[in-house]
Ligand binder design. Structure first.
Ligand code: AGP
Length: 612
């Protein structure tokens, strides 16, 4: 949700800002803009649409400077337009603000500022920040004016301020929206996310909520909103630039699909011993897990794809670790008055670690005395820092809006957690535990083999590319797979309607829609209720629906039940959601490609949902 970059260092800053914005485009792409101090004052340029528009508008401009801010917008208040694009300036045009979040009390602040004579140009909530700082700066130095303005804001913000009055400084602050500081040689950055600065530095400072930074090319001075100085050491991020580039793939989504074997391997690395006899976690996580009581119950909270991983988690944790699990959409959990106590562990699953609903969910859990464990991909993210312990997925940066490698890595982390809890709770015979651990160790290889489905999937995609409605059906562990398969397709192919259902539910309503030729993707890999799934397939075929069946290799009988067939490596049922995720992602990808969709940046979406 909106990408912010701020830079102070050496010319050419415009290229630096555009480069940073290009790497943050996954966060918002309905408009973009930058403000630069070019010696004569503040120059602001904004364009509606993708970043390319801004790039073209800036072509041939001879000026440059040493300090600038930039922004990619995902509209919340005010439609995508040049006026509503960031940066926003004050009445005098001498200070510029870029913002990610929502100022909830903006209407009230705007009315007051208008009464004081401030002229507003946009419909955004953000513009109030520029005028608030301008108002405060009549009486105080810029840093204090910024601090006072921030204290008046309700809601969420990551905000960066550039002003002609202090050409050697940028000011930034955060509250419930991400903002990091990057420190290079004689240069410094603000950014919404690490990939924006990876080309220049891997040294970062993660900010906490209600902290404000005075940034110069020499470094960062951090204070709280109350003015107390904060000492914070920088950390070195392990991601490298290559991991945030396409490296020859047509889209980040395709690259990330192909990275899944490596991502699963990295997530298992050092945690599951070579002989699959032992599990090991870092100290903080081991300590946390050792404190879970015999009567513990788990409440999993997550959004979107991460929620689907949570649903798979529910099946495996209950079946193998015999621990009661409830799975909630984080956006519902926080408003439904959940009953939590000291025997509850809230498990938050999140790629970004910044999803506003999930973050609010863990905060609520803590106020009720529950413990919080996170499965998270981004070190230093808000959820990673606020959870009591973190089981990191090591998928590397996920750039495409459609989540792929994060999903299979989340499943991998859930397999580890299930095996760990099964061991400490002694819920499995040692031989069975060993069998599952060995199965988990083979997962990266199975994911690699599942990538071989790409060739037949390309042909199947051609056959179904013109269809406008799809059902995805599965049962047990693969009911969540059906939800995830449908989400992938509708997310990146906005002209297509796709729905996932539990196959056994079709007869309770949705089957009424089936018409001749309606494509239905069935996940019918080996399971104790495989035959029931095949009965569901036949119910669809009886109504002339076309069944694309994903089955286990070696199943010779299934072909006669399918109009199209994809086979995936045979595995224990609990691992099948990870394996079938690969062809489901590839199917969505190739159908979207044939439909000429904007795969990495689908309309109306943004990667990291940092607003409610
Ligand atoms: C998945 O393809 C989506 N982009 C989306 O559903 C995503 O999984 C969801 O917004 C949660 O994000 P998080 O994992 O970063 O919390």
């Amino acid at each position: 949700m909106c990408g912010i970059i701020g830079y102070i260092g050496k010319p050419p800053v415009i290229e630096t800002i555009l480069d940073g914005l290009a790497r943050l485009e996954y966060r918002g792409y309905d408009s973009s803009g930058l403000a630069v101090l070019n010696g004569q004052g503040l120059y602001v340029c904004k364009r509606v649409g993708k970043l390319q528009g801004l790039r073209e508008a800036l072509k041939g401009h001879a000026f440059d400077g040493h300090i600038a801010v930039g922004h990619n917008r995902w509209a919340t208040h005010g439609s995508p337009s040049e006026i509503n694009a960031h940066p926003h300036t004050d009445c005098s045009g001498s200070l510029a603000i870029v913002h990610n979040g929502i100022v909830e009390n903006y209407a009230e602040l705007k009315a007051r500022l208008q009464a004081q004579g401030h002229q507003f140009r946009s419909e955004t909530d953000t513009e109030v920040i520029a005028h608030l700082v301008e108002e405060q700066a009549k009486r105080a130095p810029l840093a204090e004016a910024f601090r006072s303005a921030l204290k008046e804001l309700r809601g969420s913000y990551a905000v960066v301020l550039l002003s002609t009055s202090e050409p050697q400084h940028l000011y930034g602050a955060r509250s419930s929206s991400p903002l990091i500081v990057g420190l290079g040689k004689g240069e410094a950055f603000f950014a919404s996310d690490v990939p924006a600065i990876l080309a220049r530095t891997r040294r970062v400072i993660y900010l906490n909520d209600h902290e404000m930074v005075e940034l110069s090319s020499a470094g960062a001075k951090i204070t709280t909103l109350d003015g107390r100085a904060v000492t914070r050491r920088s950390s070195l991020v392990s991601w490298d630039l290559a991991s945030a580039q396409k490296e020859g793939f047509a889209h980040f989504m395709l690259k990330e699909i192909h990275e899944q074997p490596a991502a699963a391997e990295q997530t298992l690395f050092n945690r599951l011993a070579q002989d699959a006899g032992q599990l090991a976690f870092d100290r903080r996580t081991s300590g946390f897990l050792s404190r879970l009581g015999a009567h513990e119950r788990l409440v999993i909270i997550a959004c979107g794809t991460a929620y689907h991983a949570g649903l798979v988690g529910e099946y495996m944790l209950e079946e193998f670790a015999k621990i009661p699990v409830v799975v909630d959409l984080a956006s519902e959990f926080r408003y439904r008055g959940p009953m939590l106590d000291r025997d509850t562990t809230v498990l938050a699953i999140t790629q970004s670690g910044e999803t506003a609903d999930t973050l609010a969910g863990i905060r609520l859990a803590k106020t009720q005395g529950a413990k919080v464990l996170a499965i998270c991909n981004v070190m230093g993210s808000s959820i990673a820092r606020e959870a009591d312990a973190v089981l990191y997925t090591h998928a590397g940066p996920e750039i495409a809006v459609a989540s792929t490698k994060a999903y299979t890595s989340q499943l991998t982390a859930l397999y580890l957690l299930t095996l760990h809890l099964a061991k400490v709770r002694a819920t499995l015979e040692p031989a069975r535990w060993q069998e599952l651990a060995q199965g988990l160790q083979r997962l990266p290889t199975l994911l690699q083999r599942a990538l071989a489905t790409e060739r037949p999937i390309k042909a199947i995609a051609r056959r179904y590319a013109a269809a406008r409605d799809f059902y995805y059906l599965g049962r047990r562990y693969n009911f969540p797979s059906a939800l995830e398969g449908a989400l992938k397709l509708k997310e990146i192919c906005p002209r297509i309607h796709a729905e996932g259902y539990a196959a056994g539910e079709m007869k309770h309503g949705p089957i009424s829609l089936i018409r001749k030729g309606w494509p239905v993707v069935f996940i019918a890999t080996d399971s104790p209720i495989y035959e029931k799934v095949i009965s569901n397939v036949e119910e669809i075929r009886a109504r002339k629906g076309e069944c694309l069946v994903i089955a286990s290799e070696g199943n010779k009988a299934v072909a006669r039940h399918a109009e199209a067939l994809i086979t995936v490596p045979k595995t224990e049922e609990l691992f099948s959601p990870a394996v079938v995720a690969v062809p489901l992602q590839l199917l969505a990808y190739h159908i979207a490609r044939l439909n000429k969709c904007d795969i990495d940046q689908p309309p109306n979406l943004a990667k990291s949902v940092t607003v409610e």
